[in-house]
Design a protein around this ligand. Structure first.
Ligand code: HEC
Length: 155
């Protein structure tokens, strides 16, 4: 009787333990599927919001810097290609000005060069393209701010 009682409790405990394991596995796989959802794969996820696109640009820019720093050309080339694709999707948000189009074209040209230099495992060439690309990011933002927001009064 006492043994049966013990066995029942043991079984109950086992069920709880299994349940908890399943639950935490589900939580982990949910978390990692969310992580993969953040992976920039334009084909699966049509991108809508400019903010999201730009955050992805930043994410890729950081991966590129990391890749260059560690001399890992694969991630550099992949992120440069992704930036190129994002720029094509983001064309929808372009300001209708000649200057903005110039920044955009420059961005696409530089991401292409960067990808090609990385694929050729040319570290210096890739580094140079990335410096130019970073300047392009900042210059376009400067331009957009001047276009959309009057400058603050001098202090
Ligand atoms: C051709 C122009 C252009 C280029 C090039 C460009 N951006 Fe942007 N970016 C924009 C515009 C437009 C916005 C929106 C600004 C606003 O609404 O105030 C923006 C906003 C952002 C934001 C803020 C997003 C938010 O949270 O709202 C980030 C981050 C960003 N860009 C990253 C980058 C990075 C990194 C690069 C270069 C790899 C880059 N951008 C290149 C036009 C550009």
């Amino acid at each position: 009787m006492a043994t049966a009682h013990f066995a029942a409790r043991w079984r109950f405990g086992l069920i709880i333990a299994l349940g908890l394991t399943a639950f935490s596995l589900a939580a982990v796989s949910l978390a990692s599927s969310r992580e993969t959802a953040d992976e920039p794969s334009q084909a699966e996820r049509p991108l809508d919001d400019r903010s999201v696109l730009m955050r992805r640009k930043l994410d890729h820019a950081q991966r590129i810097l990391g890749g260059l720093a560690e001399r890992k050309f694969g991630p550099v080339a992949r992120s440069a290609r992704s930036l190129q694709e994002i720029s094509e999707v983001a064309a929808f948000y372009n300001l209708p000005t000649e200057d903005y189009r110039r920044f955009s074209n420059e961005f696409r040209r530089l991401t292409k060069t960067l990808a090609e230099r990385a694929e050729a495992e040319d570290l210096d060439g890739a580094l140079l393209a990335n410096v130019q690309l970073t300047m392009n990011c900042v210059e376009c933002h400067k331009y957009v701010r001047i276009q959309t927001k009057p400058l603050d009064p001098p202090r």
